[in-house]
Design a protein around this ligand. Sequence first.
Ligand SMILES: Cc1cc2nc3c(=O)[nH]c(=O)nc-3n(C[C@H](O)[C@H](O)[C@H](O)COP(=O)(O)O)c2cc1C
Length: 279
Amino acid sequence: MPDFAQSIQAALSERFGERLAVDPALPGLEELSRLAARRVCRRYLPREVEASLLRLLCACALSAPSKSDLQQGDILIIRDKAKRQSIGALLPDMPWLPEAPVFLVFLANGRRLPLIAQMRGKPFPNDHLDLFFNATVDAAIVLATFLRAAEAVGLGCCPISMIRDHARVIADMLALPDKVVPIAGLCVGWPAEPSGITARLPLGLTLHEERFDEGDLGQQIESYDRRRDARRPYRNQRQPERFGRAEFYGWSEDKARQYASPQRADFGAFVRAQGFKLG
Ligand SMILES: Cc1cc2nc3c(=O)[nH]c(=O)nc-3n(C[C@H](O)[C@H](O)[C@H](O)COP(=O)(O)O)c2cc1C
């Protein structure tokens, strides 16, 4: 019997740089140990994911809670190799995309509810930002639940939000109608190699008690940068021609550089063109 309490402690200490108390008598430690040690997977074996298994995992994911039971998160399965390759060709920096035997697209579906209102002969005075937001939250929860289900059976996954850089092309390719938008894609396959745990910001920054408390942001980020760098330093620096070569290149420098260029500035226009009103 593996010592789950110990593996949880080890994983979370690597993740957060903190030793957390784990009661070995707690039920569900196996699942917690999987969650604590989870990591993205970008290399896959050339092995199919059986259709029946995928359907089972999707059904588990779609069992996720849903805002007001409105059920506005959908999953679109792409197995067709040519289609996966066409999407992969849009994102040449992500060769893991066409290599994964299955690609899923998680959809915010704000379409069904107004259609149901029409079917039931009712007004629908809720065509505003909340419709988009609720559908997006539901789809994100479905995505997170799919990850948990897939990892429980040994599959590896990599979410792909970069498909939103080509939202119009993807929407046309997948015949997405009005008020249906992709929130992210997901590569799914059998892992070809173990990947490492990514360190997260300290709980002192992301876990608040009773009231929001930013604490000493600068100092905590600095020590996170160092802790992360000690385990897994960045191999490359972004845009050295623009920002120069940093002597110490940590997570905060990387994220600041990443977001120093516009990202998906046209996504709002796409969402509006798909029929969502964001007012
Ligand atoms: C919504 C979302 C979108 C993501 N998009 C991409 C992506 O486009 N390409 C990619 O390689 N990884 C993507 N990732 C994976 C993250 O880069 C990864 O989760 C992060 O680096 C932390 O690593 P970990 O999941 O192993 O802890 C995405 C993750 C999430 C949750």
